[in-house]
Each structure stands twice: as structure tokens, then as C-alpha cells.
Design a protein around this ligand. Structure first.
Ligand code: SF4
Ligand code: FES
Length: 202
């Protein structure tokens, strides 16, 4: 694959064709916040916290760094007034769902986001989809999915699958940026009947 020369925050960066801006930045140690990105998963573009400013063919746009592929002579700014303002609003929206999530609180401090700006809809899930996509794409089990739509959207374990597959896995737990996943799993465990039990030795 050929190399593509781009500029990130005034620095020349050699990226591989097909890489995203986020991957190119990470390769040279330039930090861009990312809440729904995982190197083993397909780009998803759900949280938009990775928003950066790009300049290409004389135009400036805000794009999601985790989805936007590098192209020759692309100029990227990972911090600017517009970028910071966008991230601040995104954080305020996410904080309405998960006001106590440490990762959001740290970012809120950095971008001056107000966790009380929007009315609380404390689902404790920011819909990053990491758990759902990891289970589907990496584990190929589909034990957890999204239910409902819009602001009522939430994750749910499918008891029939979870009771067989999740006991020895739980790899999605540490991926959750808000820890909501644990709560959901425990809830499912408590609610289904008969209770989840490890599969018996055959
Ligand atoms: S439960 Fe956690 S990992 Fe799953 S979609 Fe919600 S925030 Fe993301
Ligand atoms: S990390 Fe890019 S949209 Fe979530």
C-alpha cells in the first residue's frame, strides 16, 4: 500500500493509504479523544467526540477522525475554536446520559463542558455500540443488542444467548466507557428465570 503525506497540527505525517485520520494521528502520538473507536472493530462514527477540522481542496469541514480516510495533502487540525466548541456540546449531550462516567468527567474538564446543560436522561449508556459491535464482529455471538429507538435506545442482553455464551467471556465489560454494561448484565441475570447459571460440564 502506498504512503500518503498529510499534515496534522502543522506536523507532516506519513500515513498508509486507507488509514483514518485517527489512526494516522495515533501512529505519531497525537491524541484525539475517541469513545466509540476500537482497533478491532469497523469504524462506527457514533460519538463524534473525535471531531477534527480538515482542509481539503480549499474547503474546511468538521469530520469524524475515526471514519475519515487520509488523502494526499490533507490538512488536519485536532484542536481549534470550532473543534473544541463541537466537542463541548457533544460532551454535554453525553453527560446527560452518563453524568458520573469518569471518562466523560475528565473530558468535560478539558473542554469546559457543563454536565447540567441538558436535561438528564440517565440511561447510563452513551450508545457507543462497543459492546454490541464487539460481540457481533469479534466474538460472532450477538449476545447483546440495542433495543428501542432515539433517546429510549438502550442495550439488552439476549437471555437465551447470554446464558450460554457470556459466562466465560465478559470481554465487552471493560470496553464500556460508562460501566453501564455491567449494570445491564447484572440486571438481566437477576431478571431471567431460571437464573443464569454456568453451563454444566457435559
Ligand atoms: S452499554 Fe456501554 S459499551 Fe454498550 S453501547 Fe452503552 S456505553 Fe457503549
Ligand atoms: S470515536 Fe469517532 S465517532 Fe466515536
Amino acid at each position: 500500500m502506498s504512503e500518503v503525506l498529510i499534515q496534522i497540527d502543522g506536523r507532516e505525517v506519513e500515513a498508509r493509504e486507507g488509514m483514518t485520520i485517527l489512526e494516522a494521528a495515533q501512529k505519531v502520538g497525537i491524541a484525539i479523544p475517541a469513545l466509540c473507536h476500537h482497533e478491532q472493530l469497523e469504524p462506527y462514527g457514533a460519538c463524534r467526540i473525535c471531531t477534527v477540522e480538515v482542509e481539503t481542496r480549499g474547503r474546511t469541514n468538521l469530520v469524524a477522525a475515526c471514519c475519515y480516510p487520509v488523502e494526499p495533502n490533507l490538512v488536519v487540525r485536532t484542536r481549534s475554536e470550532k473543534v473544541d466548541k463541537t466537542r463541548k456540546i457533544i460532551l454535554e449531550l453525553l453527560l446527560a446520559h452518563a453524568p458520573d462516567a469518569p471518562v466523560l468527567q475528565d473530558l468535560a474538564k478539558e473542554y469546559g463542558a457543563d454536565k447540567n446543560r441538558f436535561e438528564k436522561e440517565a440511561s447510563f449508556c452513551i450508545h457507543c455500540g462497543l459492546c454490541v459491535r464487539y460481540c457481533a464482529e469479534v466474538k460472532k455471538k450477538n449476545a447483546v443488542g440495542f433495543v428501542d429507538r432515539g433517546t429510549r435506545r438502550e442495550i439488552s442482553f439476549i437471555p437465551e444467548i447470554a446464558s450460554k455464551e457470556c459466562w466465560n467471556c465478559k470481554e465487552c465489560f471493560p470496553l464500556c466507557p460508562t460501566s453501564a454494561l455491567q449494570a445491564a448484565f447484572v440486571l438481566t441475570e437477576a431478571l431471567i428465570s431460571p437464573p443464569l447459571a454456568p453451563p454444566s460440564e457435559a
